[in-house]
Design a protein around this ligand. Sequence first.
Ligand SMILES: NC(=O)c1ccc[n+]([C@@H]2O[C@H](COP(=O)([O-])OP(=O)(O)OC[C@H]3O[C@@H](n4cnc5c(N)ncnc54)[C@H](OP(=O)(O)O)[C@@H]3O)[C@@H](O)[C@H]2O)c1
Length: 261
Amino acid sequence: MQLSLTGKHALIGGSTQGIGLAIAQELALLGATCTLISRNESSLQKAVTTLNTDQQQQHDYLVADYSNYEEVKEVVAAYVAKNNIHILINNSGGPAAGPITEATPEAFFSAFQQHLICNQLITQLVIPGMKTDNYGRIVNVISTSVKIPLKGLGVSNTIRGAVASWAKTMSNELAPFGITVNNILPGATATARLETIVNNKSAKTGHAKDAVEQEMIDEIPMKRFGQPGEIGAVAAFLTTPAAAYLTGVSIPVDGGRTGSL
Ligand SMILES: NC(=O)c1ccc[n+]([C@@H]2O[C@H](COP(=O)([O-])OP(=O)(O)OC[C@H]3O[C@@H](n4cnc5c(N)ncnc54)[C@H](OP(=O)(O)O)[C@@H]3O)[C@@H](O)[C@H]2O)c1
């Protein structure tokens, strides 16, 4: 099986910690040169030092805030003008939790911009280089809420559905060029995002943090949270030459939690 990414250049959003960083670490292990994007420069500098360099890769980073799509467009456009990108990981921080009955228009606009508009703009910018170099893999980190909406994540559920629909449409248009577009749907994964969700639930229900965690774990057939590296490994496989004929799919990586086929 051809899994080597040596000579490939990957751009990874939301990658100073959690799932994004884990994906970057797996891509670097497979030989890719990684460029990380996030808001915090010192975290980016630190994250770059955790990436494997066995193939003499010179990893890099870009500072940009996905809540400002014009900034993202400007920063990425300047970078791709000098660097062809072969692998794009569309990822950033998740929308705030809360029931949909209480969601404001601003929360929807903000999540739509951060998740859908930024994906669209960055993808448009990297497509020409993928076509030129005859290699393109796009992986979107979404959520299992694409299959079954999650309780208490009203805005997130709505926007995730839009991103999945966008991705399927994009996969159909890019398939003739051999560029694949797939979605990773993480289940409950041990990151800062999960901690925030647990803390919010604990504050709202008055239940202890441990009890909230146990309740979530009880819903997972594997009876544990996922580790970021377990999401990273599946995402990394989707970017390899071996995954050339796999496109337009959404893959839950959730310990079996999603109760649909
Ligand atoms: N963890 C889970 O259980 C889980 C489950 C399902 C889906 N997901 C989704 O998977 C994605 C990644 O989650 P995670 O758990 O890895 O989150 P995380 O631990 O909170 O990490 C988020 C990353 O994105 C960056 N980021 C946040 N807001 C940003 C912005 N406005 N612009 C640019 N970068 C930004 C952060 O770095 P900076 O702060 O430096 O910008 C950080 O590197 C999210 O969409 C999340 O909702 C997570």
